[in-house]
Design a protein around this ligand. Structure first.
Ligand SMILES: [Zn+2]
Length: 391
């Protein structure tokens, strides 16, 4: 299974492997990419339209982001990947000098496009912006990502919801395999890594088959797709317990696409996942939900209008350093734009700090013993919050 890397653009080193007693599959690693190093386990904030909504690149750095995800589908439609390429590539366009991973567009094509006709060659879809007709093939999805110039491109896949019937999952999984080979063949940029996507839904047989197939190809990293959708946490854990053990001797990073609540991240790290992305922390922040140790504050609650304390006492974020709960509660009720920036800074700081704590625990060799304390800090998970990861 030790597939050779196809590009010199990515190097992954496991610095602290899982303990031999198998009490956890959590591991500490370092992913070296053209624009910098990424310590794993790591969370990637999502910059859908070449911006993490409401934040400047400085805000992102202050929150502790070392890598972000940007959406191929959105940037292809607007402002256009060729325009971004003419303007010097995505890093220069958005003034972010650290690593960027672009997704393949597969998820958005299937979930956002009005009309979507999947055939063996690709997907025809109607833009959710203006109704115009477009077509994505594996070759085109790779060409768009090469034009954007991300550090990591992702193979084009056909995701389906975890709860889809077996026949639907099977057909999409097999097509994803053929598209993975075509994506690899189309990829030419030596300064860009490419990750493949494992599908297979919740069916253990299909998930195992897809894991073996994708891991058999010379990708730089392995995405675990088709989860963080409408499955239960138990179903997700079961799928990971099928896929990850098959990758025990595989030298590449594992990335679970679309997962974002701290409690979910913790359980997936425990099962051996290295990378995550989600719009969740930013989206719930804009709705007035602030993540704090042990739970959350709904800042729309009237009680906060008179609360002079910071959202979180020991938090170094822009919001907590300078402003009170009362001020944020006022801003969000008044629909002031600053509310979205401050709340997003906080939730991303909380999430990225949580990953720092997880990494410190793995490094110290105490992760299994620290799980209960980390679970308590993460608070409870709300499955409904993770269902929509589109934008
Ligand atoms: Zn804060």
């Amino acid at each position: 299974m030790n597939a050779p890397f196809v590009s010199p653009a990515a190097r992954f080193e496991v610095e602290v492997p899982p303990p031999v007693d198998a009490s956890t599959r959590a591991r500490l690693g370092r992913l070296t990419l053209p624009h910098g190093d990424v310590e794993t386990p790591q969370f990637m904030p999502v910059g859908t339209n070449a911006t993490v909504k409401a934040l400047t690149p400085d805000d992102l750095r202050d929150a502790g982001a070392s890598i972000i995800l940007s959406n191929t589908y959105h940037l292809y439609l607007r402002p256009g990947h060729e325009r971004i390429e003419r303007l010097g590539g995505l890093h220069r366009f958005m003034d972010w000098d650290r690593p960027i991973l672009t997704d393949s567009g597969g998820f958005q094509v299937v979930s956002l496009g009005d009309l979507r006709v999947v055939d063996e060659d690709g997907v025809t879809f109607r833009s959710h912006l203006d109704g115009s007709i477009h077509r994505f093939t594996p070759e085109h999805a790779i060409a768009v990502q090469e034009a954007l110039g991300s550090d990591v491109a992702v193979a084009f896949d056909q995701p389906v919801y975890p709860s889809s019937p077996r026949s639907v999952v099977e057909e999409a999984t097999e097509r994803t395999h053929r598209w993975a080979e075509r994506s690899l063949a189309a990829h030419t940029r030596p300064d860009q890594a490419i990750f493949g996507i494992i599908q297979g839904g919740l069916d253990p047989e299909l998930r195992a088959e897809s894991t073996r197939f994708i891991a058999g190809l010379p990708f730089d990293g392995l995405c675990i797709g088709g989860l963080a959708g409408d499955e239960t946490p138990e179903q997700r854990d079961a799928a990971l317990d099928v896929a990850v053990p098959l990758l025990d001797d595989d030298p590449r990073p594992r990335y679970l696409m679309g997962l974002g609540s701290p409690a979910d991240l913790l359980e997936a790290v425990h099962r051996g996942v290295d990378l995550f992305d989600s719009v969740l922390p930013a989206r719930v922040a804009r709705n007035g939900q602030l993540w704090v140790p042990g739970g959350r504050l709904n800042i729309r609650n009237r009680a906060f209008l008179d609360d002079p304390r910071p959202v979180q006492d020991d938090c170094p974020c822009l919001l907590c350093r300078r402003f009170s709960r009362a001020y944020l509660a006022h801003l969000i009720r008044a629909k002031e734009l600053l509310a979205y920036r401050l709340a997003t800074c906080h939730n991303l700081t909380f999430t990225l700090d949580f990953m720092v704590r997880i990494r410190a625990s793995i490094r110290a060799g105490t992760f299994p013993a620290d799980m209960s304390g980390l679970r308590a800090r993460a608070g409870r998970t709300s499955g409904g919050e993770v269902a929509d990861k589109s934008a």
